[in-house]
Design a protein around this ligand. Structure first.
Ligand SMILES: [Zn+2]
Length: 270
């Protein structure tokens, strides 16, 4: 699944690729969204919050935006459909820049105006320069006391954009067992973990940016590096890089998402 850092890369790519473009035609196989109002609109930008990407538009009736969620397998191609023959969820033909954009396995909604800053608070996006650790600690402390840290980190209202790989790496780096209880973890431990997660998100973004430009330079699909985590030390690894012990892999927490941890290095706060 594209985590926040990757969605921010997509937003950068779309912003650059669609500069000066107007939507000439927009079609989708989704019955839940009508893209017709977008036809004739100018693209004014693209931005990201958490795992959402916003395509910003200006039409005759004012500003509007298309919100895209990438789900587990969302992706896009420029100018030609994907080579695997999979039918796109949406196709955009642009005028003014002579480009096409094909979206796959996404969900979308159209909203009037620009994205609401109260709804998409930049202080809660792990990739945003306005990220606010104090606010995150405050929100963590407001969760039920027996919440496990593996679930709390995946809460998109606290850590927008944080996904399973970042969760796993941050916990490993700070030697925290994913099944640790929030109420057993001191504030200092939580703060160190949050700083770690934000740092891991940056590493993830840089690594994926490298893979995407490498693929593009080799004439490959920009998504060919997906599923590779070259920066990761424990996510999808077999041995602990710290003590060489075996890595445990199991679903954890209420969410049941898979965690990887080293039983010898990780401290269980309970
Ligand atoms: Zn270890």
């Amino acid at each position: 699944m594209p985590e926040g850092p990757v969605v921010h890369l997509y937003a950068d790519d779309l912003r650059t690729g669609l500069r000066g473009c107007h939507i000439a035609e927009a079609t989708t196989t989704l019955r839940t969204v009508d893209l017709e109002p977008l036809e004739g609109c100018a693209i004014t930008g693209a931005s990201a919050w958490g795992k959402y990407l916003f395509l910003l538009l200006e039409g005759p009736a004012g500003a509007l935006h298309l919100r895209i969620h990438w789900g587990m397998f969302g992706r896009y191609t420029w100018d030609a459909p994907a080579a695997n023959g999979k039918p796109p969820t949406a196709v955009f033909r642009f005028s003014g820049c002579n480009r096409m954009l094909y979206l796959y396995s996404v969900s979308m909604r159209v909203f009037p105006g620009t994205p609401d800053k109260a709804l998409y608070d930049p202080r809660t996006d792990i990739m945003n320069t306005r990220w606010d650790t104090d606010l995150a600690v405050e929100k963590l402390r407001a969760l039920p006391a027996d919440t496990l840290i593996c679930d709390a980190l995946m809460d998109q209202t606290i850590f927008a954009g944080l996904g399973n790989a970042i969760k796993t790496e941050a916990l490993h780096a700070q030697r925290i067992h994913p099944e640790s209880r929030l109420d057993a973890m001191p504030d200092k431990t939580l703060r160190d973990l949050i700083h770690e997660a934000v740092g891991q998100a940056q590493l993830f973004g840089e690594a994926r940016r490298g893979l995407m430009s490498e693929a593009t330079a080799e004439g490959k699909d920009a998504f060919s590096g997906e599923g590779r985590y070259p920066w990761a030390l424990i996510f999808r690894r077999k041995r602990c890089p710290r003590c060489d012990g075996p890595v445990t892999k199991a679903p954890t927490g209420m969410g049941g998402r898979v965690s990887h941890w080293c039983a010898d290095c990780a401290v269980l706060y309970k």
